[in-house]
Write a protein that binds this ligand. Sequence first.
Ligand code: NAD
Ligand code: UDP
Length: 314
Amino acid sequence: MPGSKTRNLITGGAGFVGSHLVDRLMESGDEVICLDNYFTGNKANIARWIGHPFFELIRHDVTEPIKLEVDRIWHLACPASPIHYQTNPVKTAKTSFLGTYNMLGLARRVKARLLLASTSEVYGDPQVHPQPESYRGCVNTIGIRACYDEGKRIAETLCFDYRRMHGSEIRVARIFNTYGPRMLPDDGRVVSNFIVQALRGEALTLYGDGSQTRSFCYVDDLVEGLIGLMNGDHVGPINLGNPTEFTIRKLAELVREQINPSLPLITKPLPADDPLQRQPVIDLAVEQLGWKPHVSLAQGLDSTIAYFRELLSA
Ligand code: NAD
Ligand code: UDP
């Protein structure tokens, strides 16, 4: 019956995070339109829903406008791995700017609520540690990560200007490093790289001396946070991430222990502008959403390793 269900549009829905969100919303009985240009997404991620009466799949690039009737827009479309977003940095900037502009235009026309998947990269190489939402960041505007970092910064700006100018209903999540099943094996991000290298019996590649830090959130925890943010009254920006911080060397050691402790660690040059430390302050998410992550890195690595083991043996 028309109008009886929440109609969700998930841009980037065939990607890593997007496809887990698709699963979660489909399992709750909502309607889902998954929109993707398949740059880093994969139809296999959402294949189980194809043919379901409440599911639609649209091949579309968010840099072009689109007209749809929806209640909620989960705007995730954007490559997230440095090697992918640096492949065509101008396209990445267009995806963030024009994509968010187009989705805000759509949200305004149909009075939908829009959630932007922003990033901890808006903090750049942070001079404040750990990072609260009030920190304004330290981004090299002309560096190789700027297409992504500045793209997300302008996307946040657009959301808040639409809110001030048009009363648009927005939600902004600043997502910290998230990992789990369905990351691409050649994605280039550290968790998938280490697991795939270890499963292939190769050396694990530490960029720099491995003393830089990240805080890794399991994808199921993140999806719960996104849903809490979309459903609640708090606009954001709000940090969503796991506050347990690890050095990259420690991560390599953990992966190696779980797969093959005899593998060597080798070093490679640290990419330009690689942030030296990153850890979210999640007090706001705890207070406003009643959300905090529950999956430890050891548990999350277990299921991610199991996923890649099966994928590589297939
Ligand atoms: P991903 O690369 O797996 O997914 C991105 C999806 O967007 C892919 O399916 C891709 O094909 C699609 N896409 C890219 N450009 C598009 C375009 N122009 N039009 C339509 N579709 C397009 O990445 P992910 O890790 O799932 O990230 C999802 C979102 O979350 C991104 O916006 C990312 O910036 C944000 N985020 C992710 C992380 C993380 O650690 N995974 C951290 C911070 C922010
Ligand atoms: N990294 C690494 N080896 C790899 C891939 C990444 O040491 O094979 C490092 C990278 O230099 C960075 C950290 O791991 O310091 C996280 O990298 P990723 O690309 O996963 O995320 P981001 O830098 O965007 O947080």
